[in-house]
Design a protein around this ligand. Structure first.
Ligand code: KIV
Length: 266
């Protein structure tokens, strides 16, 4: 019988930062992407509210609902055996007070089986993070470019104002967050935040000095249509490979080459 691998835990990630062992996190939204991420030995799988953009083609993450996060989270949790699975709290639940946020996070945990939640917020959400953590639910913070606040921030822009980013990250960590995502901030600022926090920072568009890195699965493997952000490096051309496969199958069907004897049942 193959042994089930030991699950990555919150203390493992905190210890990784102390050891200066870089943490990897990638998004997944369904069974195949969760499985692929886990088989690749990624430490943390994030069921991001980016599902609204990447999977549903919405213009922002704002339309993602708790029901959708539960639907995708439950699928990913079943696909992933080793990585720590984190599910995003969708807008605006972290802004409705600690009681509603705790209730929503508890639903995410109970219905999906995930090990942690992530929420975007400023220092203004520190009481909410503290309440969720005191309920025994591990929280990953998310500061810098907060996509749920895209309209207030004036677009998906680099957040250069150091003081609020540092204050928001410190507030999240002080409230008990076990890690903090730093999105789209200058590398020097990410280094300063990383040095200031005992818990790991996980960067996306935040340079090389974070304790870990996160990317959107479809950007990383070249599945996203159109332009990807400058901070992405494409490690595969999945879109090209899939397009070539589909075109070859179409041509074979049209030419009578598919199905052949091997694909035909007697
Ligand atoms: O929703 C998401 O995919 C995220 C990552 C970009 C960190 O929050």
């Amino acid at each position: 019988m193959p042994e089930t691998p030991r699950r990555v835990t919150v203390p493992d990630l905190i210890a990784a930062k102390r050891r200066k062992a870089p943490i990897t996190m990638v998004t997944a939204y369904d069974w195949p992407t969760g499985r692929l991420a886990d088989e690749a030995g990624i430490d943390c799988v994030l069921v991001g509210d980016s599902v609204a953009m990447v999977v549903a083609g919405r213009p922002s993450t704002i339309p993602a609902t708790l029901g959708q996060m539960i639907y995708h989270g439950e699928i990913v949790v079943r696909a992933v055996q080793r990585a720590l699975v984190v599910v995003d709290l969708p807008f605006p639940l972290q802004h409705l007070g600690p009681r509603r946020a705790v209730a929503a996070c508890a639903r995410l945990l109970k219905k999906t089986g995930c090990q942690a939640v992530k929420l975007e917020g400023t220092a203004g959400q520190a009481d909410v993070i503290a309440a969720i953590v005191s309920a025994g639910i591990p929280v990953m913070g998310h500061v810098g470019l907060r996509p749920q606040a895209v309209h207030q921030l004036g677009g998906y822009r680099v957040q250069r104002d150091a003081e609020p980013v540092l204050a928001d990250a410190r507030a999240a960590a002080d409230a008990g967050a076990f890690a903090v995502v730093l999105e789209c901030i200058p590398a020097a600022l990410a280094a300063e935040v990383t040095a200031a926090l005992a818990v790991p920072t996980i960067g996306i568009g935040a340079g090389p000095h974070c304790a870990g890195q996160v990317l959107v699965f479809h950007d990383l493997v070249g599945l996203s249509p159109g332009r990807v952000p400058r901070f992405v490096r494409g490690y595969a051309d999945a879109r090209g490979a899939v397009a070539a496969g589909l075109a070859a199958w179409r041509d074979d069907v049209r030419a009578g080459r598919f199905p052949g004897p091997d694909e035909t049942l007697a």
